[in-house]
Design a protein around this ligand. Structure first.
Ligand code: KIV
Length: 273
């Protein structure tokens, strides 16, 4: 394991991610939404930290990603950026902050960059948001695209099932991926699509393609940290590998604390002034 943890402490940049793809080095990406977690994630050697709008679910307890606001994403972005030295920090543009009006999209993008000091933004969508993507890129703000299952469109889909299984949707996804690369996006997330489609997109594009539920033949992987650490319960998609059972670890520790407080075991003489 240690062999894969880089001792290179230089900041990860868009340029370095593209170099990683060129030499076949896989890119590791995880979400974080707060200072303490981001410090651990960065210190552990992750390449990219995504301040995902999944904060709406895992931090705020909403059913979808739609309710989270621009101000809330900026708050999470700022908290993460303060903790990070090496990883690239990408902030999700929240639902309603960029769809439709490209001028408003640019204004939202500038607010996130100015106020959070993030390194880049992620937007969901292809052709439909191309005008906004172009405007933001023209302002010198790096963009990571996001295609496949796009949780901000959940009300349109009506299901979180695998996307682009039929030819029409797969062809559109391939077209959108090329459009985003041609526009100048530095990377692309593909969520919950067939592995062979993701492999094709990753091989056709020169920019890194990061998968979540998109198989192993892409340039990197991303997971939501609460899911991979086993903090969340009742969410077990096939693509999720749990690396810890923090739900049990935390529950046991908290139950021990409750017991110690109630039995007057805590604090003891050494734990007081
Ligand atoms: O918001 C998020 O966490 C994401 C990942 C699932 C890619 O967009």
């Amino acid at each position: 394991m240690a062999g894969y943890i880089s001792d290179d402490t230089r900041k990860v940049t868009t340029h370095r991610l593209i170099e990683m793809k060129e030499r076949g080095e896989k890119i590791s990406m995880l979400t974080s939404y707060d200072f303490t977690t981001a410090k651990i994630v960065d210190g552990a050697g992750i390449d990219v930290i995504l301040v995902g709008d999944s904060a709406s679910n895992v931090m705020a307890g909403n059913v979808t990603t739609l309710p989270i606001t621009l101000d809330q994403m900026i708050y999470h972005g700022k908290s993460v950026v303060r903790a990070v030295n090496r990883a690239m920090v990408v902030v999700d543009m929240p639902f309603g902050s960029y769809q439709g009006n490209s001028k408003e999209g640019l204004a939202s993008a500038i607010r996130i960059m100015k106020e959070s000091h993030a390194d880049a933004l992620k937007l969901e969508g292809g052709e439909e948001i191309l005008e906004t993507v172009n405007r933001i890129l023209c302002a010198g703000i790096p963009i990571m695209g996001h295609l496949g299952l796009m949780p901000q469109s959940i009300n349109k889909y009506g299901t979180y099932t695998v996307r682009a299984k039929d030819e029409i949707e797969a062809e559109k996804l391939i077209r959108d991926a090329h459009l985003l690369e041609e526009a100048g996006c530095f990377g692309l997330v593909l969520e919950k699509i067939p592995a062979n489609l993701a492999e094709r997109v990753a091989s056709e594009l020169t920019i890194p393609v990061i998968g979540i539920g998109a198989g192993g033949k892409v340039d990197g992987q991303v997971l939501v940290i609460q899911d991979m650490l086993g903090m969340s319960q009742g969410f077990s998609p096939r693509f999720l590998r749990r690396y810890a059972d923090l739900h049990t670890t935390m529950t046991n520790a908290i139950q021990q604390y409750v017991t110690d407080v109630k039995s007057s075991d805590f604090p003891n003489e050494k734990e007081q002034y």
